[in-house]
Structures are given as C-alpha cells and as structure tokens.
Ligand binder design. Structure first.
Ligand code: IPT
Length: 934
C-alpha cells in the first residue's frame, strides 16, 4: 500500500475515463452516512477494516460527501504555494492523516454491468468491496470508476470499504492555493450499464454561417435524436442539421436530444458553436469574445469543496446577475454539475486540469514533476480524465493544463494529447507559452497590458488579474478600457470569486471566518486565502458590485442626447426596458420609461431625452437598463446597466451674510483649539488624520506601502497646537502634525467661524513642511469627529449606496441615501479600512429622535462613520473582534489614496494616488435638535 501511495503511477484497477452523462439507466447514490475512523498517521490504520465481518459499530458516522477536517477530524490547513510537507517527491511523511470509511449497502436488481464511481476523493484512496481490493486512485478532483459487476449480487448486502490518505504522491501535483481538505468530498454512486449500452460518446456540434452540423461518436451502435431539428440519424454520421441558433454565453441555446442504444436513452444537451482563433483573435461563432471572467474555486464556509448543487447554482446565478460571462475553474475540474449549469445559463468555461506544482518555485523549479518523465503517466492521466469527462459541454471553450506548474515535457505532452484528442478547442497554459494557444498572463500591469495590446501574436488573456483581496481591487475600469481599446486584449479572469473563510467560533461562541493560522497551523499563508469578490457566505463585496458596473454589457452615456452603446457580443437590446428618474438634490421628482430603438450587438443609438422639469437644486438624471421580462437567472426589472448625468449643477449658494456668532454654538477649547461641543451636541475633535487601517493591498502579500508608511511614522502622527487666536469673529487654530523621529510635517490651520444658530464653519488648510519623501502618497487626509453612540444613523447626499474609493467608484451613483452605522461597515474577513462614501455633498449623522450633526461641504468630501477607531480596526484580526465603543467616529476626508491591487499585482495607478501637497477643505457643521423636542 505505502509503495503505491508514494509511487508515480496515478491509479490501479480503474476504468478508462469517459464522459459524464445522465441517462435512464439506474444509478444508486451511495452518498449518506458512512462509518468512519480517523487516525493521524498512516501507521495507525485499523487491521482488517476492509473485511465484511469487521465490526464497525463503535465507529463514528461521517457524511459522504464531506471533508473530515470540517467534521472534527484533524484540522484545515492553509498554505498558498509552499508544500505543507518536506519536498522529497514522491514521498510524504508518516504523519499522514488517514480516514477509513465503511458503508453497507443493498445492491439493486439490475442487469448488465455495474460500475462504482467516485467523483472526487482527496488525495489517495484504496477501495475494497466485501474484502476484495478493487484498486486505488489519485487525482483528487477527477472521477475514478471501478467495475464491480462480478462482485455485486442483486438484492444482497455488500460492504464497501475505502481508506483515504491526506498526503500522497498525488499531493505533489495538487499544490493549489487553498485549504488542504481531505476525504470523499464528491458523490459516490453505483451506476448500471445495461447490456448493449454505450459507455462513452463525443458530441461534435459545429456551427458555421448559421448552419449546424452534428456528429455523435459512440463506441457501439446508437441513434441520435433531436426532435426539434428533425434529426433521427445513426451515431457516427455527419448530420447537416440546417439553420440553428448557435450557443454562446449570452444566448445559451441548447437543443435537447437523445442518444438511444438498444438498452438506454442518454440525454444530450447540444450547443452548436465553433471556437476558433482567427487572425490572432479568439472567436466564438466568428465573434470576438471579451472575457468578463472570474476564477472560481469550489468553496463553502461550512462544507469546503464539498459543494452542493444549490451552492453551484448560487454561484452561477450570482455571476450572471453581475454581468459576468466567463469562469476559469481554478485550479481543477469542478463538480460536473457546475458545467451543466454553465451550459444552461450561459458562461464560457476555461476548464482547468488538476495540476499545480507551485511549491517547486522555492527550489527554482528544480525537481519539478512537470519535467520528470516518471510523472508523465500521471499528467496525461489527469488531462485525459478531465477532457473525457467534460468534452460534451458547449460551455467549455478552452482546456487549461493546470496552474503554476512551471514548464516541462509533461505539460507539452498534455498539450499535444489534448490537441490530438480534441482539435475543436484551444488549450490554455500560463506557465509556458509553447503549451498554449493563447498568450496568457497573470497580474500584468495596465501599462504592460496596453503594450501587449499594441503588439501582435496570439490572443491575449489575463488568466488572473485584479487580486480581489480585502478592500479592492482598484483599477478595474482602467483594465476594461484596455480590453475595449485593443482587439488582442480579450479580457480576463479576476482573482478570485470567493473568500475561502471557514465559519468558526471564538471562545465566547462568537462566529467568525477563519483563515490560515486559525486552526493551529504553525506554517501557513494567513489571510491570503480570503481574496474573493464574494464573502464566504456569498454576499457580494463592493469589489463585485464595481466589477458588475465595469463590465456592464450596455453603456449609457451622454452627448447632446442619450447614447446607448450595446457592448454585447451576440444579443441586441430587445430584452431591456429603459427607465429614467430625475432627482433634485437627491430626491426623486420625476420618472418614466424611455423608448429606445433596438440596437444590434456592437451598435449604438442616440435617443432624445424626455422634457425634464427644472430642478431647484442639483439635478441628476439616471437611466437604467433593466430586464423587460424574466430570464432564467433574474426576474424582470433586474438592473443590468445604468448611466447618470448631471442636468443641473448645484446652485452657487448666495454669499452668506457676515457670519454672526450665536451663544451656545461651537465651543472650542481655548488651549488646544479643539471642538468641545456644538449647540446641544456633544461633538468633539476635528483633529487632522492621515492614517487608514491598512488594506490588504497596502499590507498583504506583495504589498509594501503600509510598511513604508509605518516606517515614516504616518501611523503615529503627533499633534501640536502652536496658536489659538481670534481673527475678527473667527477663531484660528494653528497646528503642526508630524511623526516622531522625522522632520517633515503637515501644517494644519483651522479657521472656525460662527455660522448662525447652532452652526459653525470650519475652513482647514493643510500645507506640507520639510522634506517629505518623494513618491510616497498619504493614506488619507481627513478630520475625525466624535459623537455619542446614539448618533448611529446617517443620511447623505452624494455617491453611494456602497463604499467607493478613487479607483473603485464606477458603481457609486449620486443620490440621497440612508444607512445605519452598522450597515455602513464592510465586513472584510481581515479587518481593514472600509466603508468610505465618496463625493458627499452633505451628511446628517443623527439619533432616533432626529437630533444630530449636519455637515455641509463647500465642495464634495469623503465620509466614513464607524463605532470604532482606526486603531481598533487596525488591531483586529477578524471582523467579529471589533467591539463598538461608546462613541461614533465620523471621518470627513479631503481625499483618500486609491486601492490598487498590490497584494498580488500592480499598485494604485498614478491618477489615484494621494500626493503630499497643499490642500484645502471647508464644511459647515450644524447641530439639529430633536424634531419633536419643540
Ligand atoms: C497566483 C495563483 O495562480 C493563484 O492560485 C493565487 O495563489 C494567486 O496567485 C494569489 O492569490 S500565482 C502568483 C505567483 C501570482
């Protein structure tokens, strides 16, 4: 046993790979409650456990499919690229957690052959039926089948015994950036193969110039039926089916058919389409494709990679509702049901093989299995098992050899095999251009993408970009501009879809999402595992909301008239209804629908706007394109795209009469110059603040900016009041704000002027002093005010409703919004700066009784309101650790530095950097008493 566990061969006793399909032949699911025993070492297995007479009555019960680590056996372990065991291929340590599974089942009465199928077991398993050893297999995310015809007796009880090891030679090929989670994590079934049935078949459904051709190759005699096309033909025959609607991600037309043998009817879901690289451009049905894609790992916060059908459907629906069109199945073939969903709902799939040897990068790729021919059978086996299983899915438009496996002859062999076996699909591999039909890169900067776009060669895709870790990514809009500008740049796949946070509890029972190091791992990759566009519970993060807007398939802009540009590749605009609303200082004053002529894919049209009433204040017209009727993935009314235009600038306020001081308005400390109260309000502060709790894109992974900031001392600025003096009726406070050990500073001068009853006007001027290091931006520039905790609601007029930052603000629209303070927080798995609302004109932070602090900006400002300090946010390691204080902290920002995606990729683009330079800011602060207090 131990020798095969650490040998180079991929399996023993398994059947040749074949297509996954559904038919009317019976299948018995063996999912459910299995007897289970776990041991921490390969040496502590139960003797005789595979024998039918073995007494397992004292064993625990474990659900199949599942990961044992998520049911109390061993623990989840996260490493990014380093192997979690000594690198000495193909050997693994004796500390090799092992799970033994037993199931007694009653064999159904069916004739023909019987096959035992495992859809996924991590990482090495040996199978016995009634004590007979059937064989063993590796390749965790690939199916393995055993022929049990000779052993299974209809109606009799049988004992299935499976021994699974966490580590094996196979683990060297499975070094993906994710949790190490083991066990039988996908379905187990007993499949009937009636006499005369087909075991495997390949559907070739081609499309060219409006016409379809169909051929289904089968290993036996069969007929192909597609009633809606009038097809009734022999398998193997090339059928000209005439005019068909092609399949594409936007219009996933499937034709239902059947493959009929003497003993079985197999369901066919046929999509006619042609994938081709033409003149350096990747096309589907002759049309250039722009991937609006994501990298999807299979993940659920309680189930790990043992995802349910509902989890898979949730992903697909969320993707479709966020305007995504493509998925890279990073970095292994998904559960086969996911591909059925992609066929049906319409997503292009880059189906990636279960191969990653990233840990060899630390040895400069010396000893990499990809270049060692002893591993060749394992590489080819994995490729064949993926291609054969998934070959009949129209959604799969490219094969991918794997991820981060260096270069080597084994990858070249996989590539050659795939080209030979399936010439209809291009092959992708990022690590070695000689094994790839497209030019694929990860995390290339905007400048480099631009340069590649100007060049010639293979179609260019970013198989990973815009690292969505924590707050971010920034710069999505700028990437999309390049994809739209250069024909060669065919989009990409954001890294990644979901945060792999595991739901867990602290000592006091409070729930939080665990990441690397939270499960006792002494060697781990920390929170680098939480870098998705949706939170672990699949709540969309602001990054996904931004991506949805950036990749929207219609663009609504303004010239003289409304311009509707259709960026769809296939669809015209007939599925959309266009609605408009007019707001006056954020309040809706008129609305209607707009008649927009149907625009073909790629076209655009100008539309006359309705006559709009005059607004008294700032007027904004919003036009949104919503689904006119239900689709399979969203209901009528779902907003797909929108645009906004300012139809009336904010009227310039009449110059205020000379401000008059009123007793009881602002109370300023005569020594510090700080605010100590305003009217009836306990509001304090207004100290200048440059610090933000570093985001992952400042501090994690490859990001170094936070370290520079801390080195300069921007996280510990001190304040000194140099003067508090009267100037007419104004009070002028001169301060110097600077870090310890440094000579540079910011001079901040506050000018407080009475502004009528209960109001004060603050004008703040900030001037850098001394030698600030060149090219280091400030994290933020703002002032912080504090209020009692009961002021926990915010109404603002500005951009919203979600958080926004300089390079991630496409999805923020101008409006009037209302949120509770708690709703303003974005619960990043690892706490960091969040919740900033941008371009705020006015805000009211108030209590339930309607009293509160109104803030009116002379110009727009940034707004952040939270129940904790920046230091609290910086200190916390999990969102659940944050404890509300008895104050509410209101930050009014002059500006924030952008987000970038430097945790893995480029930093903030120059246009979104917060330079150290003179700045000015002015707001009026007003106390508003309770509405019902008389
Ligand atoms: C890249 C990996 O392909 C991906 O799996 C993930 O680990 C990502 O990094 C970071 O989250 S590889 C890296 C060397 C760019």
């Amino acid at each position: 046993m131990t020798s095969s566990l650490t040998g180079y061969a991929p399996s023993e006793g398994t059947l040749p790979p074949r297509a996954a399909f559904a038919s009317d032949a019976p299948v018995l699911s063996l999912n459910g409650a299995w007897r289970f025993r776990w041991s921490p070492s390969v040496h502590e297995v139960a003797e005789g456990f595979e024998e039918p007479w073995f007494d397992d009555s004292a064993w625990a019960i474990l659900p199949v499919p599942s990961h044992w680590q998520l049911h109390g056996y061993g623990a989840p372990w996260y490493t990014n690229s380093p192997y979690p065991f000594p690198v000495d291929p193909p050997h693994v340590p004796d500390e090799n957690p092992t799970g033994e599974y037993r199931l007694t089942f009653r064999a159904p009465s069916w004739s023909g052959r019987t096959i035992l199928r495992f859809d996924g077991v991590d990482s090495f398993f040996t199978v016995w039926l009634d004590g007979h050893r059937l064989g063993w297999a590796t390749g965790s995310r690939l199916p393995s089948e055993f022929d049990v015809t000779e052993l299974v007796r209809p109606g009799a009880d049988h004992v299935l015994a499976v021994r699974v090891h966490q580590w094996s030679a196979g683990s060297y090929l499975e070094d993906q950036d994710m949790w190490w989670l083991s066990g039988i994590f996908r379905d187990v079934s007993l499949v009937a193969r009636p006499v005369g049935s087909a075991d495997d078949f390949a559907v070739h459904a081609d499309y060219d110039g409006g016409l379809g051709t169909l051929r289904v190759d089968v290993d036996g005699a069969a007929r192909v039926l597609v009633p809606s096309l009038g097809v009734d033909a022999a398998a193997g025959e090339e059928i000209a089916v005439g005019p068909v609607e092609p399949w594409s991600a936007e219009s996933p037309r499937l034709y239902d058919g059947e493959l009929v043998t003497e003993s079985e009817r197999i369901r066919l879901r046929i999509g006619f389409r042609r994938v081709e690289i033409r003149d350096g451009v990747l096309t589907v049905n002759g049309t250039r494709v722009l991937f609006r894609g994501v990298n999807r790992h299979e993940f659920h916060p309680d189930r790990g990679r043992a995802v349910t059908r509902q989890d898979m459907l949730d992903d697909v629906l969320l993707m479709k509702r966020h305007n995504l069109t493509a998925v890279r199945t990073s970095h292994y073939p998904p559960h086969p049901y996911f591909l059925e969903l992609c066929d049906e709902y319409g997503l292009y799939v880059v189906d990636e093989c279960d191969v990653e040897t990233h840990g060899f990068v630390y040895e400069d790729w010396r000893g990499n299995p990809s270049g060692d021919e002893r591993w060749r059978p394992a590489y080819l086996d994995r490729m064949a098992r993926m291609v054969e299983r998934d070959k009949n899915h129209p959604s799969v438009i490219m094969w991918s050899l794997g991820n981060e496996a260096g270069a080597g002859a084994n990858l070249a062999a996989m590539y050659a095999w795939a080209k030979e076996r399936d010439p209809s699909r291009p092959v992708h591999y990022e690590g070695d251009p000689s094994c790839s039909d497209v030019y694929s890169r990860m995390y290339a900067s905007h400048a480099e993408v631009d340069e590649i776009g100007r060049g010639e060669g293979k179609p260019f895709v970013l198989c990973e970009y815009a690292h969505a870790m924590g707050n971010g990514p920034g710069g999505l809009r700028d990437y999309q501009d390049l994809f739209e500008r250069h024909e060669r740049c065919q989009g990409g796949f954001v890294w990644e879809w979901i945060d792999h946070g595991i739901r867990t509890r602290d000592a006091s029972g409070r729930e939080y999402y665990g990441y690397g190091g939270d499960f006792g791992e002494r060697f781990h990759g920390g929170n680098f595992v939480a870098d998705g566009l949706v939170f672990p519970d699949r709540t969309p993060s602001p990054g996904l909301v931004e991506l949805k807007k950036v990749v929207e398939p219609l663009r609504l802009t303004w010239g003289e008239r409304l311009i509707v540009a259709n960026l769809h590749e296939v669809l015209d605009t007939s599925r959309y209804a266009f609605r408009w609303t007019l707001t006056d200082d954020g309040a809706e004053v008129a609305s209607g629908t707009l008649a927009v002529p149907v625009v073909a894919a790629g076209g655009q049209v100008d539309v006359e706007l309705p006559a709009l009433p005059e607004t008294a204040g700032e007027g904004w017209l919003t036009v949104s394109a919503v689904l006119a009727a239900d689709t399979p993935w969203a209901a009528a009314g779902h907003e797909v795209a929108w645009g906004q235009v300012c139809v009336r600038e904010a009227p310039v306020a009449a110059p205020a009469a000379a401000p008059v001081g009123s007793p009881g308005a602002a109370r300023l400390d005569p020594v510090t110059g700080r605010l100590a109260g305003l009217g009836g309000l306990d509001v304090t502060g207004a100290a200048l603040d440059v610090w933000r709790a570093p985001i992952d894109n400042d501090a994690s992974g490859m990001a170094t900016l936070a370290a520079t900031w801390r080195d300069l001392g921007l996280d510990r600025m001190t304040h000194r009041t140099d003067a508090v003096r009267a100037d007419g009726d104004a009070l002028v406070v001169e301060t110097r704000v600077a870090p310890a050990a440094r000579t540079f500073a910011l001079r901040a001068v506050y000018r407080w002027t009475p502004a009528g009853d209960d109001a004060v006007h603050l004008a703040l001027g900030v001037t850098p002093e001394g030698d600030w290091p060149a090219d280091v931006p400030l994290p933020r520039l703002g002032v912080v005010l504090e209020l009692p905790a009961r002021y926990d609601r915010v109404t603002w007029f500005g951009c919203g409703p979600g958080e926004a930052y300089p390079d991630s603000r496409t999805a923020a629209r101008v409006g009037r919004f209302h949120r509770g303070v708690d709703e303003l927080q974005t619960p990043y798995v690892y706490p960091q700066e969040n919740g900033h609302r941008t371009d705020v004109r006015s805000a009211f932070v108030h209590a339930a009784d309607g009293s509160g602090l109104a803030v009116d900006g002379a110009a727009v400002f940034g707004l952040t309101v939270r129940r904790w300090t920046t230091a609290d946010l910086e200190e916390a390691r999990h969102h659940a650790e944050l404890r509300p204080r008895d104050r509410v902290f209101v930050t009014l920002d002059l500006a924030q530095h952008g987000l970038g995606s430097a945790s893995c990729g480029p930093g903030t683009l120059p246009a979104y950097r917060l330079a150290v330079e003179p700045a000015e800011f002015a707001v009026t602060l007003r106390y508003r008493p309770a509405v019902n207090s008389g």
